[in-house]
Design a binder for this molecule. Structure first.
Ligand SMILES: *Cc1c(COP(=O)(O)O)cnc(C)c1O
Length: 389
């Protein structure tokens, strides 16, 4: 149905499988294994001669529905689901690379991804070079004969730097590497990396795909050929998504287009208002004309997304005061929730970096990140205004 229908339709219809009862809302399959009609049928399943599930580490109808729906939204041939976003990132490398190979990654990626690449994969002989997300020439220069993977997040967290996905895909392909895009912040509703030339799309389904802060989940998407290696890692190593979490994410995706539009609308209104506040030194939001990659963002994304960051004149003291004065928004590092969340990156998500590394990355002590939720924007604004005064 993927070519036939709009993304709004795919979000509520793609992937549905019904049981013999013809339930309207899709069933959840809480089972670890599946039965066979006979010894011969069991043998045929194990040999791969007959289609059908065997064991939930690698196949479960609830997980299958979630995978099919997300693949339809991203326009990918295949999706492989995982227990978390980090498991999905690990599986991408373990499924597609070997010792002695090299990754070029944006220096503005999720903290645990940096730890995974630098501290864990390095022990197994996979080396990573970090470059600027906004300078494609730096990626070209960093590529080596053994480079297998380019890895980027766009927009980045928390400064919302926007990378030129098409340019990075072309450079990756010329270097004989694949481009993987962590599309967590945009979701396929705002940005479709594969249509821009990316080979692999990765999600933390924990964020906007669930959308209500309930469960962990992750996914890797790409061609059938590439996903074979990723699936083999899942099947063997077992960082599998549970049927319950898959069902939650599957149902959450039904409202994804509506939610992403509302998150973006609220974030833009907050960004525009923050830009007029004298206590705010700078606002980072791709939907603002003042954003350095505004034009690229508007070409590559359908809107600016739900994440806004801003630097306060008063440094850390002002940032903490603003956060502590809120009564409505939630003080938590999570994002992609119906509820607005607020965080101070320098002392939380980016506290494992040294002060120099933070300064180099542009994460100031006065920086605050807001992930706009679905409350009335006037109420969110009033809550932030309390702490600005
Ligand atoms: C949260 C997040 C991850 C990790 O996902 P988990 O589901 O927490 O494992 C990866 N990338 C980005 C951009 C994220 O925001």
């Amino acid at each position: 149905m993927n070519d036939e229908y709009d993304i709004d339709t795919l979000a509520v219809r793609a992937g549905t499988v019904r049981s013999q009862f013809n339930e309207h809302s899709e069933a959840m399959f809480l089972t670890s294994s599946f039965m066979f009609g006979s010894a011969a049928e069991a043998a045929a399943r194990f040999k791969g001669e007959q289609e059908g599930p065997i064991y939930a580490r690698f196949a479960n109808p609830s997980v299958g529905m979630m995978e099919t729906r997300l693949a339809a939204l991203e326009g990918a041939e295949r999706c492989v689901a995982f227990a978390s976003g980090m498991a999905a990132i690990l599986a991408t490398v373990m499924g597609l690379m070997r010792a002695g190979e090299h990754i070029v990654a944006s220096r503005s990626i999720f903290g645990s991804t940096v730890q995974l690449f630098s501290n864990i994969l390095a022990r197994f002989g996979v080396e990573t070079t970090y470059v600027s997300p906004t300078d494609p020439e730096a990626w070209r220069a960093a590529a080596r004969p053994n480079t297998k993977l380019f890895f980027v997040e766009s927009p980045s967290n928390p400064l919302t730097e926007v990378s030129d996905i098409r340019a990075l895909a072309d450079i990756a392909h010329a270097a004989g590497a694949w481009l993987a895009v962590d599309n967590c912040f945009c979701t396929p509703v705002l940005q479709k990396p594969m249509a821009l030339g990316a080979d692999i799309v990765i999600h933390s389904a924990t964020k906007y795909l669930d959308g209500q802060g309930r469960v962990l989940g992750g996914a890797v998407l790409g061609s059938r050929t590439l996903m074979e290696g990723v699936f083999t890692f899942l099947r063997t190593a077992g960082p599998s998504l549970s049927a319950f979490n898959a069902w939650i994410i599957f149902k959450g995706m039904e409202t994804l287009p509506l939610r992403m539009e509302a998150h973006s609308r609220n974030a833009l209104a907050l960004a525009q208002w923050l830009e007029t506040q004298p206590q705010v030194a700078r606002v980072y939001y791709p939907g603002l004309p003042s954003h350095p990659q505004h034009e690229l963002a508007m070409r590559q994304q359908t809107s600016g997304g739900g994440i806004v960051a801003f630097e306060l004149e008063g440094g850390r003291e002002a940032a903490w005061k603003l956060i502590d004065a809120t009564k409505l928004v939630s003080i938590t590092a999570n994002l992609g929730d119906t509820r607005t969340t607020i965080t101070h990156p320098a002392s939380t998500t980016h506290s494992r970096m040294t002060a120099e590394q933070r300064a180099e990355a542009g994460i100031g002590d006065g920086l605050v990140r807001v992930a706009a939720g679905l409350e009335a924007v006037a109420d969110i604004q009033a809550d932030l205004a309390r702490g600005l005064e």
